[in-house]
Design a protein around this ligand. Sequence first.
Ligand code: SF4
Length: 217
Amino acid sequence: MGMTEDLIRWTHEQKCRKAVASLDRNGFTALYCDTQKAAAEYIIAGAADSVTIGFGGSMSVVSLGVEQLLREQGKEILNHGNPALSRDERLEIMRHQLTCDLFLSGCNALTLNGELVNIDATGNRVGAMLFGPRRVIVVVGRNKLIDGTPQDAIKRVKAWATPPNSKRLNFKTPCASTGFCNDCNSPDRLCRVTTIIDRKPRFTDLHVLVVNEDMGF
Ligand code: SF4
Protein backbone atom coordinates (compact mmCIF):
# COMPACT_ATOMS: atom_id res chain seq x y z
CA MET A 1 0.00 0.00 0.00
CA GLY A 2 1.41 3.47 -0.92
CA MET A 3 1.87 6.28 1.56
CA THR A 4 -1.10 8.27 0.23
CA GLU A 5 -3.39 5.29 0.54
CA ASP A 6 -2.08 4.58 4.05
CA LEU A 7 -2.82 8.15 5.11
CA ILE A 8 -6.31 8.09 3.64
CA ARG A 9 -6.97 4.80 5.36
CA TRP A 10 -5.65 6.16 8.66
CA THR A 11 -7.97 9.19 8.37
CA HIS A 12 -10.95 6.93 7.74
CA GLU A 13 -9.93 4.80 10.71
CA GLN A 14 -10.05 7.80 13.06
CA LYS A 15 -13.59 8.60 11.90
CA CYS A 16 -14.69 4.96 12.18
CA ARG A 17 -13.27 4.78 15.71
CA LYS A 18 -15.00 8.01 16.70
CA ALA A 19 -18.33 6.55 15.51
CA VAL A 20 -17.62 3.34 17.46
CA ALA A 21 -16.90 5.31 20.65
CA SER A 22 -20.15 7.26 20.22
CA LEU A 23 -22.15 4.08 19.54
CA ASP A 24 -20.65 2.58 22.66
CA ARG A 25 -21.73 5.62 24.71
CA ASN A 26 -25.22 5.25 23.21
CA GLY A 27 -25.52 1.71 24.56
CA PHE A 28 -24.83 -0.32 21.40
CA THR A 29 -22.29 -3.14 21.19
CA ALA A 30 -19.96 -1.48 18.69
CA LEU A 31 -16.83 -2.74 17.03
CA TYR A 32 -14.25 -1.31 14.65
CA CYS A 33 -13.39 -3.73 11.81
CA ASP A 34 -10.30 -3.08 9.74
CA THR A 35 -11.65 -5.17 6.86
CA GLN A 36 -14.86 -6.76 5.58
CA LYS A 37 -13.28 -10.12 6.34
CA ALA A 38 -13.11 -9.20 10.05
CA ALA A 39 -16.79 -8.21 9.96
CA ALA A 40 -17.72 -11.51 8.29
CA GLU A 41 -15.83 -13.46 10.97
CA TYR A 42 -17.65 -11.56 13.73
CA ILE A 43 -21.00 -12.42 12.13
CA ILE A 44 -20.18 -16.10 11.74
CA ALA A 45 -19.09 -16.27 15.40
CA GLY A 46 -22.19 -14.31 16.49
CA ALA A 47 -24.44 -16.72 14.60
CA ALA A 48 -23.17 -19.81 16.45
CA ASP A 49 -26.22 -20.15 18.69
CA SER A 50 -28.74 -18.96 16.08
CA VAL A 51 -31.00 -21.25 14.08
CA THR A 52 -32.95 -18.74 11.98
CA ILE A 53 -31.10 -15.91 10.29
CA GLY A 54 -32.82 -13.01 8.55
CA PHE A 55 -31.31 -10.88 5.80
CA GLY A 56 -32.60 -7.34 5.41
CA GLY A 57 -31.71 -6.96 1.74
CA SER A 58 -28.48 -5.05 2.26
CA MET A 59 -25.80 -4.81 -0.43
CA SER A 60 -23.20 -4.43 2.36
CA VAL A 61 -24.22 -7.77 3.88
CA VAL A 62 -24.24 -9.43 0.44
CA SER A 63 -20.66 -8.26 -0.12
CA LEU A 64 -19.54 -10.09 3.05
CA GLY A 65 -20.48 -13.45 1.49
CA VAL A 66 -21.75 -14.89 4.79
CA GLU A 67 -25.09 -16.21 3.54
CA GLN A 68 -23.65 -19.26 1.78
CA LEU A 69 -21.41 -20.09 4.75
CA LEU A 70 -24.34 -19.95 7.16
CA ARG A 71 -26.48 -22.02 4.82
CA GLU A 72 -23.75 -24.69 4.73
CA GLN A 73 -23.82 -24.73 8.54
CA GLY A 74 -27.47 -25.76 8.37
CA LYS A 75 -28.97 -22.41 9.44
CA GLU A 76 -32.45 -21.54 8.25
CA ILE A 77 -31.92 -18.55 5.95
CA LEU A 78 -34.73 -15.99 5.70
CA ASN A 79 -33.97 -13.93 2.61
CA HIS A 80 -36.80 -12.37 0.64
CA GLY A 81 -34.46 -11.24 -2.17
CA ASN A 82 -34.89 -14.23 -4.48
CA PRO A 83 -36.64 -12.90 -7.65
CA ALA A 84 -38.32 -16.30 -8.14
CA LEU A 85 -40.44 -15.74 -5.02
CA SER A 86 -44.04 -14.58 -5.36
CA ARG A 87 -45.14 -11.39 -3.60
CA ASP A 88 -46.93 -13.41 -0.91
CA GLU A 89 -43.89 -15.63 -0.34
CA ARG A 90 -41.69 -12.54 0.03
CA LEU A 91 -44.04 -10.98 2.55
CA GLU A 92 -44.19 -14.21 4.56
CA ILE A 93 -40.38 -14.33 4.77
CA MET A 94 -40.32 -10.68 5.86
CA ARG A 95 -42.78 -11.49 8.64
CA HIS A 96 -40.62 -14.38 9.82
CA GLN A 97 -37.56 -12.11 9.82
CA LEU A 98 -39.25 -10.08 12.56
CA THR A 99 -38.88 -12.96 15.02
CA CYS A 100 -35.66 -14.61 13.80
CA ASP A 101 -32.71 -15.42 16.05
CA LEU A 102 -30.27 -13.17 14.21
CA PHE A 103 -31.07 -10.36 11.79
CA LEU A 104 -28.34 -8.99 9.53
CA SER A 105 -28.64 -5.55 8.02
CA GLY A 106 -26.72 -2.68 6.53
CA CYS A 107 -27.36 0.93 7.46
CA ASN A 108 -27.97 3.88 5.13
CA ALA A 109 -26.00 6.35 7.24
CA LEU A 110 -24.25 6.56 10.61
CA THR A 111 -23.41 9.87 12.25
CA LEU A 112 -20.17 10.31 14.16
CA ASN A 113 -22.43 10.91 17.19
CA GLY A 114 -23.52 7.27 16.95
CA GLU A 115 -26.98 7.67 15.39
CA LEU A 116 -28.18 5.09 12.85
CA VAL A 117 -30.29 6.61 10.06
CA ASN A 118 -32.31 4.52 7.63
CA ILE A 119 -35.00 5.02 5.02
CA ASP A 120 -37.24 2.14 3.97
CA ALA A 121 -40.09 1.65 1.56
CA THR A 122 -41.74 -1.33 3.27
CA GLY A 123 -40.44 -0.93 6.82
CA ASN A 124 -39.58 -4.61 7.30
CA ARG A 125 -35.86 -3.90 7.54
CA VAL A 126 -36.06 -1.05 10.03
CA GLY A 127 -38.82 -2.88 11.93
CA ALA A 128 -36.52 -5.86 12.49
CA MET A 129 -33.68 -3.57 13.54
CA LEU A 130 -35.82 -2.11 16.35
CA PHE A 131 -37.49 -5.08 18.04
CA GLY A 132 -38.21 -8.75 17.46
CA PRO A 133 -35.04 -10.65 16.50
CA ARG A 134 -33.02 -11.94 19.45
CA ARG A 135 -29.89 -10.33 18.04
CA VAL A 136 -29.30 -7.76 15.31
CA ILE A 137 -25.95 -7.12 13.65
CA VAL A 138 -25.68 -3.99 11.52
CA VAL A 139 -22.71 -3.55 9.18
CA VAL A 140 -21.68 -0.04 8.14
CA GLY A 141 -18.96 0.80 5.63
CA ARG A 142 -16.86 3.94 6.12
CA ASN A 143 -18.60 5.58 3.14
CA LYS A 144 -21.80 5.79 5.24
CA LEU A 145 -20.28 7.95 7.98
CA ILE A 146 -21.66 11.46 8.39
CA ASP A 147 -19.94 14.21 10.34
CA GLY A 148 -23.22 15.98 10.97
CA THR A 149 -26.77 15.66 12.25
CA PRO A 150 -29.41 13.02 11.46
CA GLN A 151 -30.91 15.57 9.05
CA ASP A 152 -27.57 15.70 7.20
CA ALA A 153 -27.64 11.90 7.17
CA ILE A 154 -31.12 11.87 5.62
CA LYS A 155 -29.86 14.21 2.89
CA ARG A 156 -26.97 11.84 2.24
CA VAL A 157 -29.32 8.88 1.90
CA LYS A 158 -31.57 10.69 -0.59
CA ALA A 159 -28.57 11.94 -2.56
CA TRP A 160 -26.43 8.80 -2.67
CA ALA A 161 -28.32 5.70 -1.54
CA THR A 162 -31.89 5.96 -2.78
CA PRO A 163 -31.17 6.90 -6.43
CA PRO A 164 -28.95 3.84 -7.10
CA ASN A 165 -31.29 1.66 -5.04
CA SER A 166 -34.31 2.84 -7.05
CA LYS A 167 -32.41 2.12 -10.24
CA ARG A 168 -31.29 -1.31 -9.02
CA LEU A 169 -34.87 -2.24 -8.17
CA ASN A 170 -36.16 -0.81 -11.45
CA PHE A 171 -38.50 1.57 -9.62
CA LYS A 172 -40.13 4.37 -11.57
CA THR A 173 -38.99 7.27 -9.44
CA PRO A 174 -37.49 10.60 -10.53
CA CYS A 175 -34.21 9.81 -8.76
CA ALA A 176 -33.87 6.54 -10.69
CA SER A 177 -33.79 8.49 -13.96
CA THR A 178 -32.06 11.76 -12.95
CA GLY A 179 -29.91 10.71 -9.96
CA PHE A 180 -31.45 13.53 -7.88
CA CYS A 181 -34.23 13.51 -5.27
CA ASN A 182 -37.19 15.81 -5.86
CA ASP A 183 -39.24 14.60 -2.88
CA CYS A 184 -41.50 12.76 -5.27
CA ASN A 185 -45.01 11.46 -4.85
CA SER A 186 -44.42 8.51 -7.13
CA PRO A 187 -46.33 5.26 -6.42
CA ASP A 188 -42.86 3.66 -6.42
CA ARG A 189 -41.45 6.15 -3.88
CA LEU A 190 -38.89 4.33 -1.75
CA CYS A 191 -38.73 6.95 0.99
CA ARG A 192 -41.70 6.03 3.19
CA VAL A 193 -40.27 5.21 6.61
CA THR A 194 -37.36 7.14 8.12
CA THR A 195 -35.82 5.95 11.37
CA ILE A 196 -33.18 7.45 13.64
CA ILE A 197 -31.90 5.00 16.25
CA ASP A 198 -30.06 7.26 18.66
CA ARG A 199 -29.77 4.86 21.61
CA LYS A 200 -29.84 1.07 21.72
CA PRO A 201 -33.49 -0.05 21.78
CA ARG A 202 -34.10 -1.40 25.30
CA PHE A 203 -34.72 -5.07 24.53
CA THR A 204 -32.73 -5.52 21.32
CA ASP A 205 -29.20 -6.95 21.41
CA LEU A 206 -27.99 -4.58 18.69
CA HIS A 207 -24.39 -4.80 17.46
CA VAL A 208 -22.88 -2.33 15.01
CA LEU A 209 -19.75 -3.15 13.00
CA VAL A 210 -18.01 -0.10 11.51
CA VAL A 211 -15.78 -1.24 8.66
CA ASN A 212 -12.83 0.71 7.28
CA GLU A 213 -13.78 -0.13 3.67
CA ASP A 214 -16.42 1.24 1.30
CA MET A 215 -19.49 -0.99 1.35
CA GLY A 216 -22.74 -0.70 -0.55
CA PHE A 217 -24.08 2.78 -1.27
S1 SF4 B 1 -38.40 10.92 -2.35
FE1 SF4 B 1 -38.63 9.98 -4.40
S2 SF4 B 1 -37.13 11.06 -5.70
FE2 SF4 B 1 -36.56 11.44 -3.56
S3 SF4 B 1 -35.04 9.88 -3.09
FE3 SF4 B 1 -37.04 9.12 -2.37
S4 SF4 B 1 -37.81 7.90 -4.10
FE4 SF4 B 1 -36.15 9.19 -4.90
